[in-house]
Design a protein around this ligand. Sequence first.
Ligand code: ZN
Length: 241
Amino acid sequence: MQDISRCFPATPKGWQYELIYKRIRHIYFRIYPDKRTVRISAPTRISRKALEHAIQSKSAWLMEKMTSPGNAPPPFNPLSVMKDRFSCMVWGRRLPVVRGTCHARPGICLSPESEIIIQVPSSFDPKKEENLWNTWLRTLLNERIQMLLEEWQPVMDVAPAEFRLKKMKTRWGSCNTVARRIWINTVLVHLEPCLLEYVLVHELVHLLEPGHTRRFYQIMETHLPDWKASDVRLNKIELRQ
Ligand SMILES: [Zn+2]
């Protein structure tokens, strides 16, 4: 097929276009914030001119989408931006924080519109609010780990005695193979769910093969063939902060 990549409109730094031809009748544009990619699906029989025209006419819209905060890819660094007063990263998405001051019990919940609603008295102690956040985020993490374990344990035929959560500065997860205890870094709740899954599966594999041996990576490959992409992604995040 013709190379029209030179006609693509400019992108913000780090973004790229991907053009694929399919047996379809119309052109479709799809934004993948996590991959910083705009995928253009075009009919196989489309002329170069028509394709160029369609892409050019969409360029302002595409630029707007790529730069919109909702489509911003999760930041790699620094970790402190994963949560501030106005937003919080949850499973790789930046969600707005809406504050209420009702007199009910202090609490945090997720609205159906994916807003994080925090209800605390106006003079609430910041330390207590921090605890509230930690408890809520740990609950989310716990629930998803539980779900992942239910999925992976039968597949891998392995079960940890327990898993625990900890904010760690040097690793994403660890496994005590004697106690069969898995530790998961609490920061993972801020990142894409596939990264938690990778860390958990990695630690489960240690229950089958303690060291990072050839066999370890063979097992890893069998269960999560795309584990390397997750590994690269996690290595880019600076945990020591
Ligand atoms: Zn390991």
